[in-house]
Design a protein around this ligand. Structure first.
Ligand SMILES: [Zn+2]
Length: 191
């Protein structure tokens, strides 16, 4: 499902849900705090105040996989399964890296990849009809959903790691020093 909201001043936003579990919900309220769960939402990574040090501070106390931390809405809002794959690929980081143990250089690379990837996605989504958003998004993904295809950066074969209810894609050459990651069909490992 997809929902496009257009406000009186012409601005607006789109909501899409591509997963199999249909978790998208829409609330119209006067105060955002009235929405169940919204108080637990993390910061908007495209907000002006979201700088590199903010990202570093958010990740520092984490001890789980970077992939799981990135798509945790209570840590950082708005990054799903697809864009977390894209961000990690752009940053040349393994999805299985420990989120709390990034070097300064890795944090900087992650921050820049995150801002660039999300900004580009927002720019491209403008002017696209809501019904075509999913297709538009898919066309521009570099690794997510591209299992078996060549990496657009290095030509290595993109690989997949399967979990109980989702999967991630990555490029071994760009992200894991050529190492192929084992399947983990246990969703707890992503939490
Ligand atoms: Zn590659």
């Amino acid at each position: 499902p997809a929902l496009r909201v257009v406000l009186d001043d012409g601005s607006g936003f789109d909501l899409t849900e591509a997963g199999t579990q249909k978790r998208l919900a829409v609330y119209v309220v006067r105060d955002p705090a009235d929405v169940p769960g919204i108080a637990r939402l993390g910061p908007d990574p495209l907000a002006d105040g979201f700088d590199r040090d903010r990202l570093a501070a958010l990740l520092a106390p984490e001890s789980r996989l970077l992939k799981g931390a990135l798509r945790d809405q209570s840590l950082i809002a708005g990054i799903g399964n697809a864009y977390s794959d894209e961000i990690l690929h752009a940053a040349r980081l393994s999805p299985f890296k420990n989120a709390g143990r990034l070097t300064d250089e890795e944090t900087t690379a992650l921050y820049e990849a995150l801002r660039t990837t999300l900004t580009d996605a927002v720019e491209r989504g403008r002017g696209v009809a809501a019904g075509h958003l999913k297709k538009e998004k898919k066309t521009n993904l570099r690794v997510h959903g591209k299992d078996g295809e060549p990496c657009p950066v290095c030509g290595d074969t993109i690989r997949s790691v399967n979990f109980a209810d989702s999967s991630l894609q990555y490029c071994p050459h760009c992200q894991t020093g050529g190492k192929v990651l084992a399947d983990r069909r246990l969703s707890r490992l992503l939490k």
